[in-house]
Every structure is written in C-alpha cells, then in structure tokens.
Write a protein that binds this ligand. Structure first.
Ligand code: ATP
Ligand code: MG
Length: 562
C-alpha cells in the first residue's frame, strides 16, 4: 500500500463516509496549447494512478476554451505522450468544447437567478473597477441590469450582434470580497476566432474558471486535483456549483513540480522552440515528455520518479539528479552493454595475423546473466578512445602509454610499442602495439596484472556513427529569475549539446532501433535517435552519463543524519 499522503487521506475518508457512493473518478485536464512536460507527467501519474489504486476511473479532458492558442497538433502529441507513459483513458476522451452548449444553458440559469449579468465595461475598465488586494472593488455600472435585459443581451452576444470585447457576462458575487477571484469574475467574452473543434459556431467563449468546474461536474468527477495556483480559485469553483445545484466535485490542490536546471512552463518552452534555442518540442534536451522519450528516458523511470517525489502542499524544486538516478536504476538493469569509441585512435596489432578475424564472446550484462552474450569481431586493426592513451602519462593514469600493457575488454592484453604522429601537427594518429595470445578473454594465465581495461572496436567491422552528448539545458540550477528583472534565457547553457561526428560503434549496433537502450561501456547510456538517424549514419543520443550524482547526494545525506 502506498504512503497516505494528504490526497489519499482525503479519499480514504470520503470512502469511509460513502461520499460519491464510494466512487473515485479523476481527470487529467491539459490545455492543448503545447507539448506535455515532466510536470504534467506528475499530474498524469497522480490522476491515473489514484484511479487505478481505488478501482476508479480517470478521464482525459482537453481544456480547449481558448481558441487562439490551441491546435490539433498538440492534442495528438498529448494523447501519444500519455499512452507512452503507460496510461489509458479507455473511452473517456472528452473536450471542454463538447460542453459549450451545456455551459451556455447553465449561464442562462444563473442569469435567471440574478446571479450573472452582462457588463459593457472594457477589459481595462473591469481591471480598474476590480480594486486591489488592499482596496475593495466597485460595482460595475451595469451591475443592476434586470434579468430580462441580461437574458436578452446574453442571447444577442451569442448570436454575434456585438463586436469582440465589447461586452462580457460576469458572475454577480461580491466586489468587496477579499478574494479577487470573487469580484464578479468574467464568464464569457466575445471573441471571433475559429475553434479547432467547434469551428465558427461560437463567438463567445467561456473562461477557464467558468468552464472547468462545470466540466468536472458534468463528467461526474469526484476529486478534481489541480496545482496550487488554483487554491484561490476554489471558492469560485464551489460558488458556481452551489448556485447551479449540480454534482459537486471536490477541488484539491498540490504543489507543482519544479526541476533544477530547466524551465517548466509551456510558454517558456514554446519560446525556446520559436527562438531556435532548441530544434523542436522534442529536442532531446527539452523537459517535455517527447523530449525525454527522444533522449532515451524509459516510461518506467519517469513513473518511478513521479512516485518518489511524492506530494506536497508547498512549492519546491526537485534536483534533476533524482530524475537521472531513476533512469540509471532502470537502464543499469535492462540495457545491454556494448562498445563504442567516441573519439577514435587507430591501433595496429603488429603481431596479429593480417586478414585474420576472431569472434570473441562478450556478455551483455554482468548484472543479469539471463541477458546472454554476443560475438564481437577482433582483428589486427582497432580503434580505441583517444583519451585512453597518453604519451606522457601523469600519475594515476592507468590506461595505455608507451611500453605499458592494458586489457582490451573481452579480448587480450596489448602493449604499446610505438607512437606515430603527424609530422606537421605533431598529433598522434596511430599506435603500434603487440598482443599476448595467452591472455585471451582478457585474463592472463601467468597471473600478470594490468591496471587499465579499455573498450575498443575492430576497425574493418565497426560502424561510423554520430553521437550527441547532452548537458543541462540551463547552466543555473534555479532558472526562475524573472522577478529580479533578469532574462531567464541568459541562463541557457551554451554547452548543452556536443555533436561528435566520427564515432565508431561495434557491428551489433547495426540492429539498433529507436527505443532500444544501450550502455556504451565506460561512456554512459545511449539510444538511437528517433529523428535524425539513417541507415548510412546512425545517430546515438547519450541518455545519461554513468556518474550518478544523486547516489552521492543521498549517501552524504545519510551520513549527516546518522
Ligand atoms: P504550464 O504552466 O506549464 O503552462 P499548465 O498548468 O498551464 O502548465 P495545463 O495544460 O493547464 O498546463 O495542465 C494540465 C494539468 O497538469 C493541470 O491539472 C496542471 O495543474 C497540471 N500541471 C501542469 N504543470 C504541472 C507541474 N509542473 N507539476 C504538476 N502538475 C502540473
Ligand atoms: Mg493552464
């Protein structure tokens, strides 16, 4: 059983008192104005997760009340992302726009009850009349309109008799309320815009506050879970439902997820795309679900992360290292270990027969023997990593150097005999080595030890590839600096992407498909890029490095507390 956080405690209590006849029905309500990000994943895992835990239901509802910023492209991407995360809304796919007619009926009811009126103030005037946190607002000059006049004007608003922005329908609540949301909030505005689903049928559109709770009610939602910024809207949410005397879901707020080294609002993410700071919404550096997917994140690791961060009532920022830690936990178990050389240096084994090829055994994952083994070719010409060789090795450098012997993983001991340099530049272009036949498999029969073990590929067999190395999208941990007048984009990390064009990967990777994960030995976790990879030139994304900073943080914390 899960820990009883404050939301589960509320639901447990509701079940005890048989509120909602023991039903649990949640919804995930995205606005289709951008791609989903990891913050949404938290909300998805919570809403669909609660439904599953309590044998309830969870709806997917698109909150499509703003025709200007919404697009079908976003609707499709959102559906794909939720499915990929492993959740299913079955036949419960809804749109707030499905309820436009019903919402209008409800609005007419409020007008009839004297609880809503048509107001001719402009948006600026409404703001001026609203007052401030310290001062009460003033009633609109149209506050006293008769029910008949309001009903007539509302109908004519709907029929398109008035220009955009000239009138609104407002709830008649209390201009002196300490809660600004209760000062006669707008329910409808006149807006001639083509809606992605209702086309030009409507020229009045409901506001979020007016549409949301009523949509929840129509769908029979029991627990309407949203983020903290809606806490002050809860009285309004409740007021509408009470006036209408309809099914009344309970709104519950939790703290939104913030992550270090990234931004998490669709507005900012859209700006990154539009201004070309990233290539697209699913750029592998983006905190979008599609970006994480392309980077190589597994749905499991994201679900696991959302579980571990838990639920809170107060805003905080989660260390991105924890997200990466959850990913490593998954990939360390499940990704086969292969060899790829990112910055190749040619090695010739002088005493190895020319033209000879041996197929060596290589285990796929020492942590899990059931993952089996594969054969890798060994030959006279190889590539190793440039930085695995130093002509003049510093202390504690245990890799290859002139006259020194190291192990080639799964293969043999080799010894460096000669260094070839470019006579012009002095750059090292090739090493001549010898191997010891008696060390097959990488173990010496005479017990001779070596300190270094290098990965390598066979030159005639390896596949050229592009590799993309990623770092945090922002170089500052905290990117929310707008309050200080700073521009959050100045924190963008200029080194968030490094492209290596001349990598060489072992031939078994010819079969790699997008969505397959690998550990490149000593180099990190990688996956084939689903966007730019071709048969001629595979592109691999580094999903994560091997260094687990979170494990370190956790260890330090434990030490401190013990
Ligand atoms: P953003 O502020 O990033 O643009 P939003 O809240 O406007 O996001 P919606 O499409 O309205 O995006 O959100 C759908 C649901 O996801 C809402 O219930 C919202 O509260 C929730 N949600 C959005 N961002 C986060 C977050 N960072 N952490 C947890 N839940 C979130
Ligand atoms: Mg929103």
């Amino acid at each position: 059983m899960k820990d009883r956080d404050f939301i589960r405690t509320i639901i447990d209590q509701d079940l005890k008192t048989n509120k909602n006849q023991g039903r649990v029905h949640t919804r995930f309500p995205p606005e289709p104005n951008g791609y989903l990000h990891i913050g949404h994943a938290k909300s998805i895992c919570l809403n669909f997760g609660l439904a599953a835990e309590y044998q309830g239901l969870c709806n997917l509802r698109f909150d499509d009340t703003n025709p200007i910023k919404e697009e079908m492209e976003y609707v499709e991407s959102i559906k794909e992302d939720i499915r990929w995360l492993g959740f299913d809304w079955e036949d419960r796919l809804f749109f707030a726009s499905d309820y436009f007619e019903k919402l209008y009926e409800y609005a007419v009811q409020l007008v009839q009850k004297g609880k809503a009126y048509v107001c001719d103030l402009s948006a600026d005037e409404i703001r001026a009349y609203r007052g401030t946190l310290k001062e009460p607002g003033k009633n609109s000059p149209y506050w006293n309109r008769s029910v008949e006049e309001n009903a007539d004007l509302l109908e004519r608003m709907r029929n398109g008799e008035f220009p955009d922005g000239s009138r609104t329908l407002r709830a008649k609540i209390d201009m002196a309320s300490p809660n600004l949301n209760m000062r006669d909030p707008v329910m409808y505005r006149i807006l001639r815009a083509t809606h992605h689903r209702t086309g030009d049928k409507w020229c009045i559109y409901p506001t979020y506050d007016w549409a949301h709770g009523q949509s929840d009610s129509i769908e029979g939602i029991t627990h309407s879970i949203c983020t903290l910024e809606f806490e002050d809207h809860r009285p309004l949410y409740n007021w509408f439902l009470e006036q209408l005397e309809v099914h009344h879901p309970q709104q519950i707020e939790f703290a939104r997820l913030n992550l270090s080294y990234t931004v998490m609002s669709k507005r900012k993410l859209l700006q990154l795309v539009e201004e070309g700071h990233v290539s697209s919404w699913n750029d592998a550096r983006m905190p979008t679900i599609s970006g994480l997917r392309r980077r190589g994140y597994t749905p499991e690791s994201i679900r696991n992360f959302c579980d571990r961060i838990g639920l809170a009532k107060r805003e905080s920022t989660v260390d991105i290292a924890l997200l990466e830690h959850c990913l490593r936990e998954d990939l360390n178990k499940n990704a086969p270990r292969v060899m790829a050389v990112l910055r190749p240096l040619k090695v010739i084994i002088d005493n190895y027969p020319e033209g000879h090829v041996e197929m060596l055994d290589a285990e796929n994952n020492p942590e899990d023997p059931s993952m089996g083994s594969r054969k890798i070719p060994f030959s006279r010409e190889l590539y190793i990593e440039q930085d695995d060789f130093r002509e003049d090795p510093p202390r504690k450098f245990f890799r290859l150097a002139p006259g020194r012997e190291v192990r080639l993983k799964h293969a043999y001991y080799i010894k460096c005999e000669e260094v070839t340099k470019d006579p012009q530049t002095g750059e090292i272009i090739q090493l001549r080595c010898t191997y010891d036949l008696e060390t097959k498999g990488g173990w010496s029969k005479d017990g001779r030890m070596v300190r270094g073990t290098l990965h390598w590929v066979s030159l005639p067999h390896s596949i050229p590839a592009e590799v993309r190395l990623y770092d945090h999208l922002f170089s500052r941990e905290n990117t929310a600096d707008e309050e200080e007048g700073g521009d959050w984009r100045t924190a963008l990390n200029p080194k968030s992407l490094e492209i290596l064009h001349s990598c060489q990967v072992e031939p078994s990777l010819a079969d790699a498909r997008p969505g397959d994960w690998y550990q490149f030995l000593r180099k990190g976790y990688f996956c084939l890029d689903s966007g730019d990879s071709t048969l001629e030139k595979p592109v691999f994304n580094r999903t994560a490095t091997l260094r687990d900073t979170w494990a370190k943080i956790e260890k330090a914390q434990k030490k401190k507390s013990s």
